[in-house]
Design a protein around this ligand. Structure first.
Ligand SMILES: [Zn+2]
Length: 109
């Protein structure tokens, strides 16, 4: 099986294309390349029951994001305002950047 490399990086804006948060857009907080999973702001929020500890004496319910598989999201292009596929392109100075396959806009800031 050929593994497609994750073309998503931290701070990217992505759109969820599958699962309970389908259609939502969020910012990537963390990328786990080994597990092919991403943590996306306000996406796949789960409630965790926490026991009282030194930080939180009461314990209770904490809401936090759970990682989702990267194939469930697509990179957003700021120009197309829609999820797009990206491709790598070398700039004049040799730096590799990701560009939108549709409009050619550079996605990397
Ligand atoms: Zn585009």
């Amino acid at each position: 099986m050929i593994r497609e490399a994750i073309q998503i990086k931290k701070d990217d804006k992505v759109k969820v294309i599958a699962g309970k948060d389908k259609g939502k857009v969020g910012k990537v907080l963390k990328v786990n390349r080994k597990k092919s999973r991403l943590l996306v702001e306000n996406i796949n929020v789960v409630k965790r029951h926490t026991k009282p500890n030194a930080k939180n004496r009461q314990g209770g319910i904490l809401e936090s994001e759970a990682p989702i598989h990267w194939s469930n999201v697509m990179l957003m292009c700021n120009k197309c305002i829609e999820p797009v596929r990206s491709k790598n392109k070398a700039l004049d100075d040799g730096k590799m950047v990701r560009v939108c396959r549709k409009c050619g806009e550079v996605i990397d800031a």
